[in-house]
Write a protein of this length. Structure first.
Length: 110
């Protein structure tokens, strides 16, 4: 228990002030994958290398369709759940609103 508490405290220090991102990936089979991360580019690279989620190991991602920042992990997780409830068309509409320029921060809607 002490070790876990120390790990949680260390994580809290590393992520203090960090933004959590909700992201949507386009996968090779035509489906999308939604997840959260502190660093979308690093997480996308992990998915590409086969170290991401089981879904993306079976359906490799092609690109990041969109990403939206949240101040807390809890808010990002709630938004991820909501995004996963959308239809495929609605997910693509969300992605257009939160599209990303290649290798840059997301472009805010406007």
């Amino acid at each position: 228990m002490v070790k876990r508490a120390a790990q949680n405290e260390a994580l809290a220090r590393r992520t203090a002030g960090a933004k959590w991102w909700l992201y949507l990936l386009a996968c090779r089979d035509g489906r999308t994958y939604a997840g959260i991360a502190l660093d979308v580019d690093a997480r996308f690279a992990a998915h590409l290398s086969g170290k991401g989620a089981r879904f993306t190991r079976a359906n490799p991602p092609l690109k990041v369709l969109g990403a939206q920042a949240f101040p807390t992990k809890s808010q990002a997780l709630r938004a991820e759940y909501a995004l996963k409830q959308l239809t495929p068309v609605q997910k693509l509409q969300w992605a257009r609103r939160w599209r990303r320029a290649p290798s840059s921060a997301p472009i805010a809607p406007g």
